[in-house]
Design a protein around this ligand. Structure first.
Ligand code: URA
Length: 206
């Protein structure tokens, strides 16, 4: 596994604003989306291109176009907050969904739904903003590698050291995050963290 802590002052500023407990969901969603654009730039840095001729208003020239765009897989529900930005930057990418929740007593991942197509040999970008125990991420990665994907980039916003350690043994995996926080608490929340990402996106905090 390769770990990239995304070093960007604007990204750190956004995450700091998102941590504020009184930030309303409408603004939390807006910062999530803006941050996802920055992370999408980082996550797509090594995508392959082929030369392509293009006719400008003045002359022909050689440019580049992306080939074989990666599959984008947001993990429901929190990953949905990052999807628009990734689709904007990768308009030709297919999108598939995995629905997971964690059992709040055992922290074990519970599998609800997946719509993953034939992905053998494909590069996959997984969107999962909070890498906590790593249980959900590990289950998703095992599933994708069993389906013979070539490489996975897991994009998160905040990661716990425990989650990063859990994913350490995976090959062909890059984890991108903005902040590595201190620890998990006894309820498996990331501390200091920003709370439940899905609730912050989609409920009004009540
Ligand atoms: N998922 C979240 O949304 N927040 C955490 O702190 C941990 C897991």
């Amino acid at each position: 596994m390769e770990m990239i802590e995304f070093e960007h002052p604007v990204a750190r500023d956004f995450v700091t604003r998102m941590r504020r407990k009184d930030l309303p969901p409408v603004q939390f969603r807006a910062y999530t989306s803006r941050l996802a654009y920055l992370l999408a730039v980082e996550a797509t840095r090594d995508l392959p291109t082929i030369p392509a001729e293009v006719e400008t208003p003045l002359e022909n020239t050689l440019g580049e176009v992306l080939i074989d765009p990666p599959l984008i897989v947001p993990i429901l529900r929190a990953g949905l907050g990052m999807l628009d930005a990734f689709q904007d930057l990768l308009p030709d990418s297919q999108v598939a969904f995995i629905g997971m929740s964690r059992n709040e007593t055992t922290a074990e991942p519970v599998w609800h739904y997946s719509s993953i197509p034939n992905v053998a040999g494909k590069k996959v970008i997984v969107l999962d903003p909070m890498l906590a125990t790593g249980g959900t991420a590990a289950a998703v990665l095992e599933y994708l590698f069993k389906k013979k994907v070539s490489e996975v980039i897991l994009v998160s916003v905040v990661a716990a050291p425990e989650g990063i350690a859990r994913l350490g043994a995976f090959d062909n995996l890059t984890v991108i995050t903005v902040c590595v926080d201190r620890e998990l608490d006894s309820n498996w929340y990331i501390r200091p963290g920003l709370g439940d990402f899905g609730d912050r996106l989609y409920s009004d905090g009540i």
